[in-house]
Every structure is written in C-alpha cells, then in structure tokens.
Design a protein around this ligand. Structure first.
Ligand code: MEV
Length: 328
C-alpha cells in the first residue's frame, strides 16, 4: 500500500458485473472457475465531509427519501441488507488506512441486474473510490484482498470470483479463495445470454449444495473434481477458439449442475431452446435457481439461437470481457 500526499474531496469509481462461464459451486470448494466481466457497471461516489459520520445514499434509499447515517465506530456485523457491502467496505478501509473525517457515499447502478451485477462490484467500487479519496494507491491484489474480506464480512460466504472479476475485469481463471488469479489474453467467445427470471437468493442455493455435499460427500467431491477439470480444459479451448469442444464441455457442466439440484424448469427451457436452435452448448451461469444461462452460438446459428432465447425467456445483451474497476 502506498500513500500519496494528495487527499481528494470527491471521487467516483465504477466496477463491472460478471458472467460465470465454468466452475460455479465447485469454486466454493477450492476448484478453479472461469469468469468474464460484463459491462453492467455500478458506480460509487465517495465525498469527504465534516460531519464525522458515514452517510450512504443508494437508489432504493433515494426512492424512499432516506439517507442511511451511521457513526464509524458503530460499523459492524450484522450490517443492514441495503447498505451491507458499502458499510463492510468502508469498515475494512478505515481499519487499514485510517479515517480523515465524515464521508458521503452515493451508489448508482442498473435497476435490474439479471443476477449479473454483483454486490462485489459495489464493494470493489467503494474500496477503490474511498482509497483514492484518501490518496492511497492499492495494487490489484491488495484491492482484491481488502474487498474480498469486506464481502465475507457482509455475506459470510463466497468464493471471491466476483470480487476478482470486478477488480481485474476481462476474463479470469480463478481458484477458490483467490489462491490463483490469472487474467486470460482472449477475445470474448460468441455467447448469447438468456434471463430466466429472478431467484430467491444465491445464499439459498449455496446452502442447498452444502447440504447435499454434507450428505453425499464423496460423490459430490467427484462432481466438483469434474467441474474443475472442465474449467481447466475450457481455459485452453477459449484461447484456441475451439468452439465445438467448448460447447460439449458446457453441456457436460450443465448436467453436473443439474445433479447438484440448482437447475430450474425455466433455465432448462432456455437451455434446450438454445441447443435445439443450433447452439454448440448451453448452461446456466452462477448459483442457479433462476437468473441467467448462456449459449455458445457462433455464426451461422446466431440469429436462430437469439430468437429461440427470446421466445423461451428474455435475451439480455452486455459486452463481455469488460474493463475492471476504474476511477471515473
Ligand atoms: C454464484 O454466482 C457462484 C457460486 O459459485 C458462489 C460463489 O462462487 O461464491 C455459486
């Protein structure tokens, strides 16, 4: 961590959302995954003030005409759900870098994030803007560690892949807990994303898999090993543009996710519709239970797959391999 002499009164940072390509759930158990950043950015403005307090304004609080005000020494778990990630991020930075006075924080982002936006993006943007206000320069690794610690403070569990994606951007090979983070020098593959509808909570599905893992440990470990092997092989295929084999790996991975109990009829409808329209592979992305799937659809099948996704659910479109956190 390096300190520069310049404290800035007001700074905005933004961070991208993410699309999990391979390795969801297994990554919570230390296996590798592949994730690409999506251009669905959240922004956080941090401004110094003289109140001695932390004031937070989010889109939802603004709608209700409210501002969350909290004393720095009152920050701590359990955090209120609406501002948990911002507060946890601020508490971590205060602990690491000190506190110059009061702060106003304003967060902004898309109304509907399709499960692709992430609390991690808000956390990373908050850390980036706050340390920039303090004149502290953090490398990517240090920023990842600070933000990941904050995410664990706020939600208790998580592999950290989304934190890494928000910090580094692009497409990453990531091993659970952040033991390995490798940015891949690849062009984004020709994917189409479909939205199946909102789910209850990611936590519920992570807990459901944990329960299955506790009941059938040896079996589920083998499934995680297979998912890890798929992520390892897919890493090479992405670089080679070997779409046919990559599509096969997507379908195998989808079968394994189904075995974990995280598929749903609406995700399955989208996945089969995309495959029947000529996609080389299709799988859900993330915790499952809702949110998004993606299909691998190079030409000439692209338009047909796009139409099939529209008919079976909702097609969403964001640039992939988006830039990581940045000061605006
Ligand atoms: C959720 O988007 C992905 C999971 O693997 C959870 C995590 O990695 O923290 C299910």
């Amino acid at each position: 961590m390096e300190y520069s002499s310049s404290v800035s009164p007001k700074i905005t940072a933004s961070a991208p959302g993410k699309l999990m390509l391979f390795g969801e759930h297994a990554v919570v158990y230390g296996r590798p995954c592949l994730v690409t950043a999506v251009d669905l950015r959240v922004s956080v403005t941090v401004e110094l003030n003289t109140t001695g307090l932390l004031q937070i304004s989010t889109p939802l609080l603004r709608e209700q005409g409210e501002v969350r005000t909290v004393a720095f020494d009152a920050l701590g778990s359990p955090y209120p759900p609406e501002t948990a990630f911002v507060e946890a991020a601020i508490a971590r930075v205060v602990r690491a870098c000190g506190m110059p006075g009061g702060l106003s924080i304003t967060t902004d982002g898309p109304r509907l994030s399709y499960g692709l936006g992430s609390s991690s993006a808000v956390t990373v943007a908050t850390v980036a803007a706050f340390v920039a206000v303090l004149g502290v320069e953090l490398g990517k690794r240090a920023m990842f560690e600070l933000a990941y610690a904050a995410v664990l403070d706020a939600q208790g569990k998580g592999s950290g892949f989304d934190v890494a994606s928000a910090v580094y951007g692009g497409t990453l090979y990531y091993v659970g807990g952040g033991t390995t983070i490798i940015p891949l020098e690849i062009e984004p593959p020709p994917l189409l994303i479909g939205y199946s509808g909102a789910k209850v909570s990611t936590r519920r599905f992570v807990d459901g898999v944990a329960q299955l893992h506790a009941q059938h440990t040896a079996l589920i470990e083998r499934i995680f090993d297979s998912m890890g092997a798929i992520a390892d092989e897919a890493r090479g295929l992405l670089g080679q543009g070997a779409w046919e084999r990559l599509g096969e790996l997507m379908d195998i991975n989808q079968g394994l996710l189904d075995a974990l109990g995280v598929n749903t009829p609406s995700l399955a409808r989208l996945i089969y519709a995309a495959r029947e329209a000529g996609a080389l592979g299709a799988k859900l992305s993330g915790a499952g239970g809702g949110d998004c799937m993606y299909a691998l659809a190079p030409e000439p099948a692209r338009a047909a797959v796009e139409g099939a996704i529209r008919e079976a659910g909702e097609r969403v479109s964001f640039a992939l391999g988006a830039e990581g956190v940045r000061i605006e």
